[in-house]
Ligand binder design. Structure first.
Ligand code: FE2
Ligand code: FE2
Length: 165
């Protein structure tokens, strides 16, 4: 592959389909930083899904997403717990459903050689994440913003080692 083509491909992939805006802020800087990286991973997934034959890259990005989602969900749950968010159980259930979905699609990607699967997964992920941040995460915002317990809990929950990006 020529340099020009690689470059063109990278530029194409760099066109983020989800863009971070302040509208997505949940009021805790470390959780916002997690969400930004989450978005970056989904955009990377979308970049790979545009090209046929990239099952390996898709599986790799999904593995990173799995690790990263587990880290972020744990941190977010610790923050909600520290701030006594009353709907924490319902929220934890949403996180569990996402991890279950990820497990299912990861095994499907390994079995399935259909190029369309990457696009379907990306569409689901984009919708899920934006909806989850804007609706479900946003519900805890009044409990956590400007709350010292929230930032302390977020700080205390350090990311696990993961080799993404
Ligand atoms: Fe959440
Ligand atoms: Fe979140």
């Amino acid at each position: 592959m020529s340099f020009r083509r690689i470059r063109r491909r990278n530029e194409d992939e760099a066109l983020a389909s989800i863009e971070w805006t302040d509208r997505l802020s949940v009021g805790v800087p470390l959780l916002d930083a997690d969400h930004r990286l989450f978005i970056e991973l989904i955009n990377a997934l979308e970049g790979n899904a545009k090209y046929p034959g990239r099952q390996f890259e898709i599986a790799d990005t999904l593995a990173a997403l799995d690790q990263y989602a587990k880290h972020h969900f744990k941190r977010e749950e610790e923050v909600m717990r520290a701030c006594e968010y009353p709907h924490i159980e319902r929220h934890i259930e949403k996180h569990k459903q996402f991890i279950d979905y990820l497990n299912t699609i990861r095994s499907n990607v390994n079995k399935n050689k259909d190029d369309k699967i990457g696009k379907d997964i990306t569409e689901f992920m984009k919708e899920w994440l934006v909806h989850h941040i804007l609706v479900e995460d946003m519900e805890y915002r009044p409990y956590v913003e400007n709350n010292a317990r929230a930032s302390a809990a977020a700080q205390a929950c350090r990311p696990l080692f993961f080799d993404v990006l």
